[in-house]
Design a binder for this molecule. Structure first.
Ligand SMILES: [Fe+2]
Ligand SMILES: [Zn+2]
Length: 421
């Protein structure tokens, strides 16, 4: 029995996580529920949440170097025992039975020493917890971490300045050095994009560097695509006109998290690219028109993509927030891919368009656009949940290869490199 895996360290915690003593109010306790399941003679299973009148005995964990205590619910504590009986450290999965947690959640004795909490349960089971691990794995600890991570994001406008993400990362270093790879992840997470220079133009070289960063995701556009040489898909991205700032895949139930471009050939005029930092625009909107921000965080907007044999359709808010921490997580902004507006009642339509126009005006502000020319040899990795991208019309030949990375895959690697938790 013992602690098998601790990921996090002690960090500064918000005061609402703590209580100074055991005097939690009865009101708080009465909100706690006990799930009970019992079979009725009528052959139907009745699942009823009974408010229990006996309050659970929260366990107070005394924190080192702090006068406060961390109050933990006994059921949470038992559920988070990491002993070999309760947790499989090889598969990283729980072994415990959710239906037995309550009956096993009475604490007989507990003590603290050397950063560890020892608990003896009424059924004789013993648990040992690392206190820093307990802190960082609570709801409050998670919110605090996500707030810290959000505060590390650097948003920008079109002037861009000396944004470190513009400094070149060379192809050979990205290919052979893991620290460089980790730096690519850090830049994409922090600034919304990273670029790799001097990538050779052969298809195999494009694929090798793309897959070196993350596994390619397979969508209706295939795993790996090329624009400028064919018109395989009925999308404006495959044509040569002006493309206004947008995010991709608003019509998927989950938009692909990241977009990769590799320009391999350009011989013509126009075709300059631009980015808009959607998180910067969101900040501006929140400040200038909080009602619009709030509305666009809730109103559902459906997008669609149709081509022979396919019809994708999906809805969601333009500003999507993490349901736990409330941090802004994703922008779904593509005015071209909007489906018929069936998600807003006619009585609300005026409000909807008013707020949408306010945001569109901010997206189109010249000061927010960062323009550049995607030159042959450059690979750009772009956060499609944060950055909007667009392009000038062009004449001539412009070949762009690329792929998507799923959010899950890219975030998994970012977590592996310690960039996010
Ligand atoms: Fe696009
Ligand atoms: Zn255990």
């Amino acid at each position: 029995m013992g602690i098998l895996k601790f990921k996090s360290h002690l960090f500064k915690l918000p005061s609402f996580l703590f209580g100074n003593n055991n005097l939690c109010t009865r009101k708080t306790f009465l909100k706690s529920n006990l799930i009970s399941a019992h079979y009725c003679s009528g052959n139907s299973l009745q699942l009823k949440e009974n408010e229990h009148l006996t309050p659970p005995r929260f366990l107070d964990v005394h924190l080192p170097n702090a006068s406060q205590t961390l109050k933990l619910h006994p059921t949470w504590l038992r559920d988070h025992c990491r002993c070999p009986d309760c947790y499989n450290a090889i598969t990283y999965q729980r072994n415990n039975d959710i239906l037995k947690l309550n009956e096993h959640s009475t604490i007989s004795a507990h003590s603290q020493s050397d950063g560890l909490l020892h608990v003896l349960w009424s059924d004789g089971h013993k648990s040992i917890y690392s206190i820093p691990w307990l802190i960082s794995n609570t709801y409050e600890g998670r919110c605090q971490k996500q707030e810290e991570e959000a505060s590390r994001l650097i948003t920008w406008d079109g002037s861009m300045g000396n944004l470190p993400s513009l400094e070149p990362i060379l192809h050979r270093e990205a290919l052979h050095d893991d620290n460089t790879l980790s730096e690519i992840y850090r830049r994409v997470i922090q600034y919304g994009f990273a670029k790799i220079e001097q990538v050779p133009s052969t298809e195999i070289d494009t694929k090798i560097i793309i897959e070196r960063v993350c596994r390619m995701s397979c969508t209706v556009f295939g795993k790996f695509w090329e624009t400028g040489t064919n018109f395989d898909h009925m999308d404006t991205g495959y044509l040569n006109g002006y493309l206004e700032a947008h995010t991709d895949n608003t019509y998927f139930t989950e938009a692909q998290g990241y977009l990769v471009f590799h320009c391999t050939h350009f011989n013509g005029t126009g075709g300059e690219s631009f980015f808009v930092d959607g998180f910067h625009v969101a900040k501006q909107l929140k400040q200038l028109d909080p009602a619009a921000y709030d509305y666009l965080s809730k109103a559902n907007i459906t997008a669609e993509y149709i081509e022979p044999g396919e019809h994708f359709s999906s809805g969601g808010a333009i500003l999507r927030h993490d349901p736990v921490s409330g941090q802004l997580e994703q922008l779904r902004f593509n005015m071209l891919d909007r489906a018929p507006l069936t998600s807003v009642p006619q009585s609300e339509v005026g409000t909807f368009y008013r707020h949408l126009r306010t945001m569109a005006k901010l997206v189109r502000q010249k000061e927010n656009e960062y323009w550049f020319r995607l030159l042959p040899g450059t690979v750009m990795i772009i956060d499609n949940w944060r950055l909007l991208h667009g392009r000038n019309n062009y004449e001539g030949k412009r070949v762009l290869r690329g792929c998507y990375y799923s959010r899950s895959d890219f975030m998994s690697k970012a977590r592996h490199y310690g960039i996010i938790s």
